[in-house]
Ligand binder design. Structure first.
Ligand code: ADP
Length: 269
């Protein structure tokens, strides 16, 4: 049975004046995720809570294996929680059918991963148009929208290039355009600069920051790079199954290095 998505929407809170406050775009309560492994049950999160307000550019840092990717997957309806409630973009993503989850992702979420996952046999323009084509849009409309997005990421002159003819940074810029071509509310980025050299990573992050601001996005970026994380409005560290504030992002954090044990972070915790 198709679930009524609107019935799963978070109620907005009334204010004293009777107008309505905007509900947070993400509201996670008591999240648990467990995997059965050969060595027993792996409990990844311990009643994890998270609230993200619309417009935040948030970074999640933490050691490898802490569960950062799993958390992003749950928020973006690519995986399901074992316990707790997960409201994302006004939808209870914990209880979607496969079809509803696909529709939710297509409508609300833009994903960027460490690896670009562009289709090698298609041009940059066709790759960016792909989510629109998959959503049933007319080809000429999809290609026109894709051309606009390639312009946004500064690659209009590379429209006919295949991914193999682009640099790593250019491939990630195309991947960002593809992630946003459907005008999602939420951008989830999992180590989007992890494969890039420092200068290119900084430029891709500049672009992500600009697109975040100009398109009214709410963005969550998983990164090992504390320099980049400190440019976000909030930085949370996933540790011991919980999210803890690491620094207050742009306002006060200063940091160097990465999370490989050599890094140092100063700022308000
Ligand atoms: P991170 O992104 O922080 O590096 P992940 O979310 O990728 O961490 O993984 C967290 C932990 O969960 C790892 O120990 C990983 O091996 C484990 N894990 C992830 N997916 C599965 C799965 N399908 N089955 C069993 N264990 C898994």
């Amino acid at each position: 049975m198709i679930q009524n998505l609107s019935a799963a929407a978070l109620p907005a809170s009334p204010t004293a004046e009777g107008s309505e406050l905007r509900a947070p775009i993400i509201e996670v309560r008591g999240l648990g995720k467990s995997y059965k492994t050969a060595r027993g049950t792996l409990n990844l999160f311990h009643e994890l809570d998270l609230t993200v307000e619309a417009g935040e550019l948030m970074a999640i840092v933490g050691q490898s294996g802490a569960g950062k990717s799993t958390l992003l997957h749950i928020l973006g309806a690519l995986d399901t929680p074992s316990a707790g409630t997960v409201y994302c973009a006004s939808t209870n993503v914990a209880h979607l059918s496969a079809r509803q989850a696909a529709a939710f992702r297509n409508r609300e979420i833009g994903y960027v991963w460490q690896f670009h996952y562009l289709l090698p046999e298609f041009t940059a323009l066709e790759n960016v148009a792909m989510p629109l084509l998959a959503g049933g849009n007319r080809k000429q409309d999809a290609l026109a929208a894709a051309a606009n997005w390639l312009r946004e990421v500064g690659l209009e002159d590379r429209a006919s290039h295949r991914p193999g003819e682009l640099s790593g940074g250019e491939q990630q810029r195309v991947a960002l355009a593809r992630a946003l071509v459907n005008n999602p509310r939420l951008l989830l980025a999992d180590e989007p600069t992890g494969d890039l050299d420092e200068i290119t990573a900084g430029r891709v992050f500049d672009l992500l920051e600009r697109l975040h601001a100009t398109h009214g996005l709410t963005s969550i970026v998983v990164t090992h790079n504390l320099d980049l994380a400190s440019r976000c409005t909030r930085v949370l560290r996933l540790e011991g199954g919980k999210l803890n504030p690491l620094a207050t992002g742009r306002q006060s954090a200063s940091s160097t290095g990465t999370l490989d044990g050599k890094s140092t972070v100063s700022g308000q915790n």
